[in-house]
Design a protein around this ligand. Structure first.
Ligand code: PRP
Ligand code: URA
Length: 208
């Protein structure tokens, strides 16, 4: 798991408890997911490169900074949408693409149904957003798509990852660093993460 980065923070542990609890209602679930996503956004952007330039404060000249590289957020529909606003609050200059991928519930293989990404994706830092990395099928397919459209530098940010999912991303996309707020034990026979938090899309959007 050399490209895997576990984001460890007391507030993440507190919020993951809220997310994992089956009695958490939709509103608290969304709020906790957003808070964890904010911490992920700080961590993912920690090594972003900067341009420096001169600015003037009301008192004197000093050095200012902005991001040296464009950032493109790409949520995997639907559940990835729940992470977008938190990332945009931390990185407001980011553009947003969308990828629609849904797992076939029987084969667990991803089916794609929507793609729209910004033009400059080849020179941007692309951050794929999906709260769940289970078998890795959806994440691997989304990264294939992004690379076919020219993406070169991709990061995958998720909330809960399984060992199987991390291994698949590492095998198929060894250049992609995976950031996750949790590394769980395994998958069940239906491809759900254990202990996990259930179906992230359904719990976010109230479609249980
Ligand atoms: C979930 C989740 C990931 C995928 C993870 O989406 O948001 O995209 O499953 O599973 P995998 O790693 O085994 O591919 P789902 O297909 O349930 O669609 P949804 O977001 O519309 O609920
Ligand atoms: N998708 C989810 O939403 N949850 C899982 O545990 C696995 C895939």
């Amino acid at each position: 798991m050399k490209n895997f980065h576990l984001v460890d923070h007391p507030l993440i542990k507190r919020d993951l408890t809220i997310l994992r609890n089956k009695n958490t209602d939709q509103n608290f679930f969304r709020m906790a997911l957003k808070r964890v996503s904010s911490i992920l956004a700080f961590e993912v952007s920690k090594n972003f490169k900067l341009n420096s330039f001169e600015i003037e404060t009301p008192l004197e000249k000093t050095t200012g900074y902005d991001l040296a590289q464009d950032v493109v957020l790409v949520p995997v529909l639907r559940a990835g949408l729940s992470m977008v606003n938190a990332f945009l609050e931390i990185i407001p200059e980011a553009k947003v693409g969308h990828i629609g991928i849904q797992r076939n519930e029987i084969t667990l293989e991803p089916i794609d149904y929507y793609y729209k990404t910004p033009k400059n994706i080849d020179i941007a830092k692309v951050i794929l957003l999906d709260p769940m990395l289970a078998t890795g099928g959806s994440g691997a397919a989304a990264l294939n798509f992004l690379k076919k459209r020219g993406a070169v530098e991709c990061i995958f940010a998720c909330l809960v990852a399984s060992p199987q999912g991390i291994e698949r991303i590492e095998a198929e996309h060894p250049d992609v660093r995976v950031y996750s707020a949790a590394l769980d034990r395994t998958l069940n026979e239906k491809g759900y993460i254990l202990p996990g938090l259930g179906d992230a899309g359904d719990r976010t959007f109230g479609t249980l």
